[in-house]
Design a protein around this ligand. Structure first.
Ligand code: CUA
Length: 139
């Protein structure tokens, strides 16, 4: 079991040539994002309040992440206060956001659409209310 697992871990560890890097920072209780290699765009992403007539209760955010489909994307994940976890189940991504540490992973979105995720590390009173939304677009 060890040998094929180590090979896969090695192959998955580092991405060669991502088109863009997204930095995701966990806070109590929202995410903020930085496109560090794209005009230094930075924004916060809070859950939408319930009283709006949106269909995605507890899942939608005011400012969504926008990423290009059919391209390798690198994501860097960290936190400012406690441990959070940045998770998009439909993309197969789950990575912890630790204060004082930068984690890296990558993914590839092969279709346009909206992808939802939530924080997956019990991080305090509003743990349930810091969702993640990615809009993947064709460029
Ligand atoms: Cu952030 Cu749970």
């Amino acid at each position: 079991i060890a040998l094929p697992s180590l090979r896969l871990l090695y192959l998955l560890d580092e991405l060669n040539n991502p088109l863009i890097t997204l930095k995701s920072i966990g806070h109590q209780w929202y995410w903020s994002y930085e496109y560090s290699d794209f005009n230094n765009v930075e924004f916060d992403s809070y859950m939408m309040p319930f009283n709006k007539n949106n269909n995605f209760r507890l899942l939608d955010v005011d400012n969504r992440i926008v990423l290009p489909m059919n391209n390798q994307i690198r994501i860097l994940v960290t936190a400012t206060d406690v441990i959070h976890s940045w998770t998009i189940p439909s993309l197969g991504v789950k990575i912890d956001a630790n204060p004082g540490r930068l984690n890296q992973t990558s993914f590839f979105i092969n279709r346009p659409g909206i992808f939802f995720g939530q924080c997956s590390e019990i991080c305090g009173a509003n743990h349930s209310f810091m969702p993640i939304v990615i809009e993947s677009i064709l460029i």
